[in-house]
Design a protein around this ligand. Structure first.
Ligand code: NAD
Length: 527
């Protein structure tokens, strides 16, 4: 089957993928251009693969194949589709070493954070397989005339869904939104990010191995502005995950065609550490919250508001834990944080920290690039004294940089947490659960975790996940995460009674009879 050629995973040696293995993955891209783009590993800058590029015509062809496959797929039973999802669950667990190698090699993240992706796909596959009937079965509704009007609501697949995904969690972001789309009877055409294409292609291969028909999942490659926009021209629905700036372009293009879209966008996520928080637990949570995947995580925490009473103790413990973190760009298990993905990401992080320091912020931990560890490595960094004129105050860094602020009263902390345009994820630490949940309700974010950073909501697939305000539109996960890929269709069958005057009744008498009926239905408690 091929696979990585270096079984020792020695990060210092050039890690080489077998050409046949690479070809078996890149061969899945619909591409007739003869053009390719070289990708590199953030671990050591080594070349990874030549990625074939797709033209607009290739996107048209991908949709034609997907449409043909979808017609047959929509006629399969829900049980059949759910069984394939369950096989995918087992397959990603069985093949996880191969998946982890590729994710780490293409993204530079720590292996433990690559594992989160395997976990998320297994959870998503199991959840939707087990709840398929609950979401997709035809539902009986009450009709306008009891007994005589029978109403059913069908869930009809949209058709072909376009999925545009980012590089930060390349395995799960390429697949997780597609699984409910397939289960609902759709086909998918996807454009993963150029930097992490092989991982997304391995995902496509696993879908086919699990039993999804070959043409049901199409992959195209190329610049978002060209290939991404071609997808929107052809799709029946678009699921986009990426930056808020691109999300706005996608929303406009979808509006032109009057097709629906869900947008999972950026954040500047706050954590509140209340005066009664367990400081040690909050410090541990803050490390994961701010530095998982080197902060390149949509739900990661970039603003920390800490109650006066525990501020000094908390910051001391948080800084100590941060400074003790094991860092490394390697394929091995071990490091608590890996590399950033690219020079662009490193440049943004450096610019945010330099700007903050130049304007008076204090570096409490980290604050330096680490070329000795990898070309794009940056230390986990804690800033104090960040003020509104600094770029990192309200703009997403998408790197391992968190600002810590002191607060005196909780209402003020909530107001500051709600400041700005974003509203993706928040976290509240307190030993008083009801109080923490009351505060959670006041925070304008799509998910709020109490005594956890982000994993509790992100991994609870039965509940919706997504952003308020400029952090997005629509939700992934739960019933909303699958119903977005369906049209609801109401079918009402009318028996005996007609909705017009009968037996020579005048319009006026008909109205009198109907009024009496309406009053009776109200008395009977009908909705
Ligand atoms: P990005 O918007 O630059 O790119 C995301 C995807 O969109 C890529 O595949 C890219 O090729 C494509 N794209 C770019 N321009 C396009 C265009 N004009 N038309 C169509 N497609 C286009 O985002 P990024 O920098 O790669 O990803 C990081 C961002 O994603 C961060 O802001 C992060 O917060 C966000 N994100 C959000 C979630 C979430 O669930 N809310 C998850 C992961 C990442």
């Amino acid at each position: 089957m091929g696979g990585p050629a270096d079984p020792e995973h020695d990060p210092t040696a050039a890690y080489v993928l077998e050409p046949d293995y690479v070809a078996s993955l890149t061969g899945r891209i619909v591409s007739t251009t003869g053009e390719s783009k070289q990708s590199h590993s953030p671990i050591n800058g080594a070349p990874v693969a030549h990625i074939p590029q797709s033209s607009e015509d290739d996107v048209v062809e991908a949709f034609a194949r997907a449409r043909r496959a979808q017609l047959a797929w929509a006629r399969t039973s829900i049980d059949h589709r759910a069984a394939i999802l369950m096989r995918l669950h087992d397959l990603v667990l069985d093949r996880q070493e191969e998946i982890l190698d590729l994710v780490v090699w293409e993204s530079g993240k720590a292996r433990r954070h690559a594992y989160d992706e395997v976990l998320h796909i297994a959870l998503t596959a199991r959840y939707y397989a087990r709840t398929a009937h609950q979401h997709l079965d035809t539902q009986r509704k009450s009709g306008v005339v009891p007994v005589l009007t029978r109403v059913e609501v069908n869930r009809v697949p949209k058709g072909v869904v376009g999925i545009i995904s980012p590089w930060n969690y390349p395995f799960t972001m390429a697949l997780c939104d597609g699984l409910p789309a397939l289960l609902a009877g759709n086909a998918v055409v996807t454009k993963p990010d150029a930097q992490t294409m092989l991982t997304a292609l391995l995902g496509a291969q696993l879908l086919e191995e699990a039993g999804f028909p070959k043409d049901l999942w199409q992959v195209v490659a190329g610049p978002g502005s060209r290939v991404g926009m071609s997808i929107i021209d052809k799709a029946d629905y678009v699921c986009f995950t990426g930056s808020t700036a691109t999300g706005k372009l996608i929303a406009k293009a979808c509006a032109e065609r009057l097709i629906g879209c869900s947008l999972e966008l950026g954040g500047k996520n706050p954590m509140l550490v209340l005066r009664d928080a367990d400081v040690e637990r909050a410090a541990e949570g803050a490390v994961r919250a701010a530095f998982s995947n080197a902060g390149q995580l949509c739900v990661s925490i970039e603003r920390l508001f800490v109650a006066d009473q525990v501020y000094d103790r908390f910051v001391e413990r948080f800084a100590a834990r941060t400074e003790a973190m094991a860092l490394g760009a390697t394929l091995e298990w071990g490091p608590e944080m890996g590399s950033l993905i690219s020079q662009d990401q490193l440049d943004t992080v450096v610019a945010h920290v330099e700007d903050a320091v130049a304007k008076g912020a204090r570096v409490r931990a980290g604050g330096r690039a680490r070329p000795d560890l990898g070309p794009y490595f940056y230390e986990p960094t804690i800033l104090e004294g960040v003020t509104p004129e600094m770029t990192c105050f309200g703009n997403e860094t998408f790197g391992p940089v968190v600002s810590v602020y002191r607060f005196h009263d909780e209402a003020d902390a909530v107001a500051r947490a709600n400041d700005g345009e974003y509203g993706l994820n928040a976290s509240v630490y307190s030993q008083d659960g009801p109080r923490a949940r009351e505060i959670a309700r006041q925070i304008k974010c799509g998910t709020v975790n109490v005594n956890e950073a982000f994993a509790a909501t992100f991994a609870s697939i039965d509940s919706p996940m997504g952003g308020m305000r400029e952090s997005g539109m629509g939700r992934r996960q739960g019933s909303e995460g699958i119903h977005r890929y369906t049209e609801s269709q109401s079918v009402a069958t009318q028996r005996l009674l007609r909705f017009s005057p009968v037996l020579g009744l005048s319009d006026k008498s008909y109205a009198t009879v109907m009024n009496a009926n309406l009053r009776l239905l109200k008395k009977l408690g009908r909705a």
